[in-house]
Design a protein around this ligand. Sequence first.
Ligand code: AMP
Ligand code: ZN
Length: 465
Amino acid sequence: MRLYSSLSRQIEEVKPLDGQTVKIYSCGPTVYRYIHIGNFRSFMLGDLIRRILRFEGQDSRLVMNITDVGHMTDDLRDTGLDKMELAQSDEGLSAMQIAEKYTEAFLKDGDAVGIGRADLYPRATEHIPEMIEITKRLVEKGHAYVVDGTVYFEVRTFPDYGKLSGNTLEALQAGHRQDVEVDPNKRSREDFGLWKKAGAHRVLKWPSPWGDGFPGWHIECSAMSMKHLGERFDVHTGGNDNKFPHHEDEIAQSEAAVGHSVVSVWVHGGFLRLSGQKIAKSAKNVVLVPEIVERGLDPLAFRLVCFGTRYRSEMDFSWEAFEAANTRLTGLRQRMADWSESPAVATRGEMAEDLDRRFRDAVADDMDMPAALVVLNEAVSSPAVGPAEKYRLLSSWDGVLGLDLERLARERYEAPPEVLELIRRRDEARAARDFGTADRIRDQLGAMGLEVMDTPAGTRVRPRL
Ligand code: AMP
Ligand code: ZN
């Protein structure tokens, strides 16, 4: 597959550096509140890339961090408060309990919108030694300096600073307003904290060579990505707002520490807007996954809503669009249930081959999901493709789409447990090419008054008419 790299500003082929496994790091949630559907549009990216790679027969490994310390309310000026600590005083729970509560909700809501679980969810608080290690290395190499227990990265020492976001040192300096308070300990306004000295009331703090303190937000992603994926890996995802300062600073820290480039392709997703505004807690327009269910809608329809727009573009959210996607999804599942009852065909027609090729091209082309949906619509309505072929195409494409298109096909006939057991044994026998046993079970089911069909979805039964 090919992806647009925000760094090279070009479409690039995704090839595993180790020749085997594509290694993907996705910036994950700060677990101090419920994750909204805007966040989920961005969090979907890593899994979607992995689904497409799997569809192409390519192995991958997906790591997504959980930020449970160090994400400040103001990351530009080092004057912010830690989001975890704020939530702690708001909710009367300890920071650890807050992290646990919202991590669990994040995973559950992610499941509901069909985001496959990552292979690993490293937590920031469990990687403090690694963050201290990189910080030490940066001090030793002259890229960082210590003032009164706080360690700053000296941006001036990394000439490539700005290569991702376009915020070059000159542009940054020119852009700084004079009235903004600056930390007097910094050598330069654009320097940023790698390790911060703990204030008197700080609860989340750890011992370090520079005294008690806590890590900056950006250093966690440098430490955890390189620890779990190596000093060179293939893909890094995040939302557009992560480009600066978060990823610009991650690049500076990681590359200055190891002395070479670390990430091959940087992928950034566009924002989801509600009534023209970006969805944000501060804008008081957040939509959470449980609200989808409360409205009687299927959370998986959120995927169809998202697939209507290229991932890099901003998109508007509306409940009308969601309802239309929900109706469409139910319709697709009903058709799949109908098609599943057609006898399977061994060969695939020319038209089906062509549609499959076009679907594969679309998803491989920088995740062009709108184009993939056009192909899907054509497949559904094409008279040149038989029902069993349609079933087989859509069930294969669903590996990428994640819409559970076979749900109604599975549920159409509610077989009692003893029938389900016979079906299971018959499918097993057929898979083992033990046709004698398969035929005997067919006769057994027939004697129970059931008609047995071999379909693309396996054995189906229905009461004989
Ligand atoms: P946060 O927990 O605030 O760090 O955000 C988690 C992720 O969600 C980041 O990758 C953001 O870029 C992304 N994000 C936040 N708001 C939106 C939005 N409205 N649309 C898409 N992505 C978002
Ligand atoms: Zn990150």
